[in-house]
Design a protein around this ligand. Structure first.
Ligand code: ADP
Ligand code: MG
Length: 592
């Protein structure tokens, strides 16, 4: 066995494995270079998902003739003038991207500096650098990458379909464009124009620039269904938009996170976002978010990953605290708001003969609700509880409440209310669940959950392991209003329960509690998980039992919802109310 120094081309091909694992990764590096070069406009042309061609043209500072070969050699960078990694002013700093990409593709680098009247070009194929030649090019730089990975067939085999690679490229452009609204972007794929984003008006504040860019990329629906966020804690700021809980998605692809202007996919941030929404979203749904985190560069290390997609925070707890605590407050203060798309979807289901899919994003469980609406309230449906007398019920004061004046409790489930500009449908059971949960949370924070002794203690039989688990958490449970004792093998004795609670079955309640205790993956503290179970159990047997509510009860419920943070979604993250504006209803009857 002989040890030898590897040739440069091979070293670069090995590095390419980490830095550019697919066309989108190469694209990200090249856009970063253009941004670092102070480009104002960036034109991107892709062919076949970027596999056969990636071309990035910018109007930045350019590269001098003499420096062209340097730009293509490993560990050569213009971005670390002080030899220090502590104060990075640019997106790049590793001096790796161009040589790595050049080692595995046919790359042409053409550039002209702003004060020069001639352009120069250099071609590299599979790492072999050609001769510098004169070229014609306006000030700025074009990097053309053809046949990425042709020189490393093993890697080539791992590429997905053109469509998949294209989607990944588009996602990169989207993220970079959100990070840099002051820069214009144009994206073409196989010759057709995909995105054409003008640069922001420089006179606008950065916030307005960001909003304009987000609007053009994510659309009015997102802005309508998001809450503007601007939070500062010490030297750290979080701004952008957080989606309403009921406007959500089945995966986390609509979470756009930025740290000091850099698009990142960072575990700390993703985890914090999940935790912030944990209380208002079902576990399999994900929030929409565009969030920009700004903190002193010395407090975040971007040099932890070759593709610079992950970062390390000096004080991750501080960052997490700002996001979790801050966003929870923002969501609590959002008032009674559910996704506007829910109302639009509901209208669709009313329309005769129109079976368009609901505007995204939608809820899989909207079906039962739609089924109720589809019956068009036949008069013989027995359980309509009118609020008598109807006319006097609807006073202007009452309709001016966000959730309006209650008119009827239909099918012993939904409340119909009139607002100043439309109607609201309320899922009374879902709302009640949330109100109970919030009440128990408040109690726990203030005085501890109010406990009520059972007249006769009850015995619950569970398997031994579960009994042991429960007894281990005896103190925790007492704090939550539940008093239990050991009752021999395979049973526990229940002495007291939270005052709010009248569970249908103690056995299933304690099975649920055991699940909550075992639920190791959850991001939330154990108390919260438990309380969630308790509150859900607490509701069974109350409104769920289907007792029609009278007018005063209905209105009391609505007023309580308005006063209770987070009551726009039930404990499972489903919406508790859907608003239809008069405008929408008029459209429904073709009056508009
Ligand atoms: P890094 O960005 O980490 O410095 P790269 O390999 O991506 O490493 O680029 C090497 C160097 O080439 C950069 O430091 C920069 O000086 C120059 N360069 C690359 N792309 C451009 C561009 N679009 N405009 C101007 N200079 C560029
Ligand atoms: Mg770079």
């Amino acid at each position: 066995m002989t040890i030898r120094q590897l040739p440069d081309t091979l070293i670069n091909q090995i590095a390419a494995g980490e830095v550019v694992e697919r066309p989108a990764a190469a694209l990200k590096e090249l856009i970063e270079n253009a941004l670092d070069a102070q480009a104002q406009h960036i034109e991107i042309d892709l062919e076949n998902g970027g596999r056969t061609l990636l071309q990035i043209r910018d109007d930045g500072v350019g590269i001098t003739r003499d420096e062209l070969p340097l730009a293509l050699s490993r560990h050569a960078t213009s971005k670390l003038p002080t030899d220090s990694l502590d104060d990075l002013q640019h997106l790049g700093f590793r001096g790796e991207a161009l040589p790595s990409i050049a080692a595995v593709s046919r790359l042409t680098l053409t550039s002209r500096t702003r004060d020069s009247d001639s352009a120069w070009t250099l071609h590299v194929a599979g790492g072999k650098v050609g001769a510098i030649a004169p070229a014609s090019h306006p000030p700025g730089t074009t990097v053309q990458v053809a046949d990425l990975f042709y020189a490393t067939p093993a890697r080539l085999k791992f590429l997905k379909t053109d469509q998949t690679e294209y989607s990944a490229c588009k996602d990169v452009v989207l993220r970079m464009a959100m990070a840099a609204p002051h820069v214009g972007f144009r994206l073409r794929h196989n010759g057709s124009l995909i995105l054409n984003l003008p640069s922001a008006t420089l006179a606008d504040t950065p916030e307005i620039q960001h909003t304009a860019r987000i609007l053009s990329l994510l659309g009015q629906d997102f802005i309508d269904n998001a809450i503007a966020v601007d939070l500062v804690r010490d030297d750290t700021r979080l701004h952008g938009y957080a989606g309403l809980p009921t406007y959500n998605k089945g995966n986390a692809t609509a979470q756009y996170l930025f740290v000091n202007g850099r698009a990142v996919r960072d575990r700390v941030l993703q985890g914090a976002l999940r935790a912030a929404y944990a209380d208002v979203l079902p576990a399999d749904r994900h929030a929409y978010a565009v969030l920009y985190l700004t903190l002193p560069p010395a407090k975040v290390d971007v040099n932890v990953h070759p593709a610079k997609a992950e970062v390390r925070f000096q004080d991750a707890q501080h960052v997490r605290g700002l996001i979790v605590g801050g966003l929870r407050d923002v969501l609590r203060n959002a008032g009674p708001r559910t996704a506007t798309t829910l109302g639009h979807g509901t209208l669709q289901s009313f329309r005769p003969g129109v079976s368009q899919p609901m505007a995204a994003p939608s809820f899989a469980f909207s079906a039962p609700l739609q089924a109720h609406l589809d019956v068009a309230l036949p008069p013989q449906a027995a359980t309509i509880t009118p609020f008598q007398p109807m006319e006097s019920a609807v006073t202007p004061q009452e309709t001016s409440h966000p959730l309006g004046a209650a008119l009827a409790h239909i099918h012993a489930t939904y409340i119909v209310a009139q607002t100043s500009d439309g109607i609201v449908l309320i899922d009374a059971h879902a709302a009640h669940e949330r109100l109970t949960y919030e009440k128990m949370k408040d109690q726990l924070a203030a005085t501890g959950i109010v406990r009520q002794a059972l007249l006769t203690p009850e015995i619950v039989q569970l398997d031994e392991a579960r009994c042991a688990e429960l007894l281990q958490h005896q103190d925790l449970l007492r704090g939550m209003g539940i008093e239990i004792e050991s009752f021999g093998a395979g049973a526990i004795l229940v002495r007291a329960l939270p005052a709010e609670m009248k569970p249908e079955s103690l056995k299933s309640l304690f099975a649920d509690i055991c699940d909550a205790l075992e639920d190791g993956k959850a991001t939330d503290p154990i108390e919260q998980r438990l309380m969630y179970r308790l509150a859900t159990a607490a509701c069974h047997g109350s409104v769920r039992a289907g007792r029609p509510l009278n007018g005063a009860e209905m209105n009391a419920l609505l007023r309580q919802m308005e006063a209770t943070p987070l009551s726009s979604q039930c404990n499972h993250g489903r919406p508790t109310h859907i608003a239809l504006s008069l405008h929408d209803i008029e459209r429904l009857f073709a009056r508009r």
